[in-house]
Write a protein that binds this ligand. Structure first.
Ligand SMILES: NC(=O)c1ccc[n+]([C@@H]2O[C@H](COP(=O)([O-])OP(=O)(O)OC[C@H]3O[C@@H](n4cnc5c(N)ncnc54)[C@H](OP(=O)(O)O)[C@@H]3O)[C@@H](O)[C@H]2O)c1
Length: 272
């Protein structure tokens, strides 16, 4: 069973681009709501704030699932391990639950970064390792390079984007996908279908989107600064979308909407 689908870990609270008091307030609301999985990254510049918020709450470390990501600037033998040790110090923990490579190495030569990631796990810095924003080809390469399980490839995944090739690659390589930008940074709310379907389940548009992703088999990662949205995004486990509604939502993927692409992130790969 995918570790992310145990307890509350299938619903992760994202922390980008939050910092300081806004992050503290959002995390407090998330913890009170029931979130136990938190997603941060070196590149977000907020690991110390995340660590402070987690240290303040009364949740036992074993009940938390902390994910961080190594930034592309730290993919060298000199910088990788020191950067992970800094992340752990900032997060006030001796290990993270998932350590991901945030982006493929610019230029596409991913071997060294994957080998360093594996070494970080062997050193006990991470219980699980994974990747993010990998293409199909890179998933195959990672499978050949890494000796052992790869927890996830965290990718943009929501109903406005066709990720069938990535889902097929997940099956082929045994690397599960995990969803970021699960409500497409609000873009989904431009589509009346979600609220229309939501009316028949007594759920909001956002909850329908998130439930669709969970029923596609992916854990979700959502960020919100509003207690009401934080609660709604967590409250998605008490109903099941019918196969008809799943298919109606699926049909929206011709929108081809991406939050993250090479225009916004210059080192983004050529996505499948
Ligand atoms: N691996 C990567 O490269 C990568 C890339 C992007 C994101 N991520 C991770 O994934 C997390 C989530 O992604 P994201 O922040 O890009 O996108 P997101 O969760 O799809 O969207 C966040 C935005 O949507 C709004 N929102 C959230 N829930 C809502 C709801 N129920 N109703 C109405 N509006 C809602 C929030 O506004 P309000 O504050 O007003 O609610 C916020 O502006 C990030 O925080 C980060 O941890 C990873």
């Amino acid at each position: 069973m995918n570790i992310l689908f145990q307890n509350t870990h299938e619903r992760s609270f994202g922390t980008f681009p939050l910092k300081g008091d806004v992050l503290r307030d959002a995390m407090t609301a998330a913890i009170e709501t029931g979130y136990r999985a938190f997603d941060t990254a070196q590149m977000y510049g907020n690991e110390a704030d995340v660590g402070a918020a987690l240290a303040e709450c009364s949740i036992a470390r074993k009940d938390l699932f902390i994910t961080t990501k190594v930034g592309v600037d730290n993919y060298t033998a000199e910088t990788f391990m020191p950067s992970v040790e800094r992340s752990l110090a900032d997060l006030k923990t001796d290990h993270v639950d998932a350590l991901l490579l945030h982006w493929p190495t610019p230029g596409g030569d991913i071997r060294e970064s994957l080998e360093l990631l594996q070494t970080a796990k062997e050193k006990g810095f991470a219980r699980h390792i994974g990747v993010s924003n990998y293409t199909v080809k890179m998933m195959r390469q990672a499978r050949a390079i890494i000796d052992g399980p790869i927890l996830i490839n965290q990718v943009e995944f929501h109903p406005l984007l066709n990720q069938d090739k990535m889902l097929a690659a997940a099956l082929e390589t045994g690397i599960p996908l995990s969803s970021f930008s699960s409500v497409a940074r609000g873009e989904v709310f431009k589509y009346p279908l979600f609220a229309e379907i939501g009316a028949s389940y007594g759920k909001t548009a956002g909850q329908i989107v998130l439930r669709w992703i969970l029923q596609k088999g992916l854990p979700i990662t959502t960020m919100s600064t509003k207690a009401e949205n934080i609660r709604a995004n967590f409250d998605v486990m008490d109903f099941i979308l019918s196969s008809i509604d799943m298919a109606r939502i699926e049909a929206l993927n011709t929108a081809g909407f991406r939050v993250v692409d090479a225009v916004k992130i210059p080192y983004a790969p050529d996505f499948d």
